[in-house]
Design a binder for this molecule. Structure first.
Ligand code: PLP
Length: 396
């Protein structure tokens, strides 16, 4: 066969590759200073407890732990998640992690050409999923002033309406956003929910970092402000271990039913053994015990990164001050091109992700995302010094 070109579906033409995953293919992350990925630190995986819990699950459930399971997820885990989140179990669907939650919501809600509103910047994996269903993705930048922020959304909505298009949902990461690390205030959350009610669209709230808070008080979720209009996506990846590939969706039972049927054709059921292990971890209190250690570790790394940036970054560079999560976002002076600078930086041994990849309209050329969970404090220190030197050469 000469070519496969005429064999692919129309959707395939709008797939786009993750530049983050491409970076991983090119380099050995342990051999460089990598602020690029969103990997948790392997130090946070409670290996001994995982080993013991796996044995316990085998003894307790026998072959059932390795059999096909219910599409909604095993009852033990659904009940444990329902209890943790304070929602009825009928509202809980276990997912093969939140990436699948995003994808399945898009598949269930969006036809080609439908509009998805999101923040600009937004999570790259979500943008990939939206594009793969040929959605029309509109990003709205954050404004500190609440009225200006509302106005920015209102004017995008008016544009969409004038084009005769339909907004299907707003995709938001309200807590310690990937990539910016910033959170929405309660007033901003209330404003977005009010817009969704006024213009009758749904909200997909993706919050895998919600429990990784290092300071300040928890802010009510979008879901809690309108439980019948918001689909909440949670994940075990950042509070337990991403290798289990487990998450959850919380929504009105009618919406969950469609997600449930869709998931039947995707993976039949989430990984059964993993679900029993996660359920045991939750119920025994081990997950919370370990989460406290994880929070202490990441808080230290965040504080270190913030103080290093303060000490070493040249004039003209600014950054966000996240109260939790795994990332912060750097802004260089206007005219700086983080994609063009990347090769220079990588050859010197420092990796980051250029901010424009997170902007639906490819703006944000002078921005970059930095992760602080993955590297050791020593490597974070050396990496920041090196990056600051390179930036000085480029900017000053
Ligand atoms: C905002 C956001 N959503 C979803 C995911 C996907 O996570 P997972 O599928 O491991 O739950 C990530 C991963 O980094 C993320 O940052």
């Amino acid at each position: 066969m000469n070519t496969y070109k005429d064999k692919y579906s129309k959707d395939v033409s709008s797939f786009f590759r993750s530049p983050v995953r491409d970076i991983f293919k090119k380099v050995d992350l342990n051999a460089i200073y990598s602020f690029a990925g969103g990997y948790p630190s392997a130090e946070t995986f409670p290996m001994e407890d995982i080993r013991n819990t796996m044995s316990l699950v085998i003894d307790k459930y026998g072959g059932k732990a390795f059999q096909y399971g219910a599409t909604q997820g095993v009852t033990e885990l659904r009940e444990a998640v329902a209890k943790r989140c304070g929602v009825p179990v009928e509202r809980v669907q276990i997912t093969s992690s939140s990436q699948q939650g995003i994808d399945v919501c898009t598949r269930v809600l969006v036809d080609p050409g439908d509009v998805i509103l999101t923040s600009s910047p937004s999570y790259l994996g979500a943008l990939q999923s939206f594009k793969s269903y040929r959605a029309d993705v509109r990003g709205v930048s954050h404004c500190k002033d609440l009225d200006a922020f509302r106005q920015a959304y209102e004017s995008e909505i008016a544009k969409v309406q004038a084009e005769g298009k339909k907004i299907k949902f707003l995709y938001m990461i309200p807590d310690f956003q990937n990539p910016s690390g910033e959170s929405l205030t309660l007033e901003e959350r209330q404003m977005l929910v009010a817009l969704a009610q006024k213009y009758d669209f749904l909200i997909v709230e993706d919050s895998p970092y919600r429990e990784l808070r290092y300071e300040g008080d928890h802010i009510p979720s979008l879901y809690s402000l309108d439980p019948d209009r918001v689909i909440y996506l949670g994940s075990f990846s950042k509070i337990f271990a991403p290798g289990f590939r487990l998450g959850w969706a919380i929504a009105h039972p009618d919406l969950l039913d469609k997600i449930y049927v869709c998931k039947q054709s995707l993976d039949l059921c989430p990984p059964v053994f993993d679900q029993y292990v996660a359920a045991e971890f939750l119920e025994s209190g081990k997950l919370d015990e370990n989460l406290l250690k994880t929070i202490a570790l990441y808080k230290g790394k965040r504080d270190l990164l913030l103080s290093l940036l303060e000490e070493y970054m040249p004039e003209g560079v600014s950054w966000t001050h996240p109260e939790g999560g795994l990332f912060l976002f750097l802004t260089m002076p206007e005219g700086f091109d983080a994609v063009a600078f990347y090769d220079k930086s990588l050859s010197a041994g420092v990796a980051y992700v250029a901010g424009e990849f997170f902007h639906p309209d490819r703006s944000g050329k002078n921005t970059m995302r930095m992760n602080f969970s993955f590297m050791t404090p020593e490597k974070i220190t050396e990496g920041v010094k090196l990056l600051a030197e390179l930036l000085k050469d480029e900017i000053l």
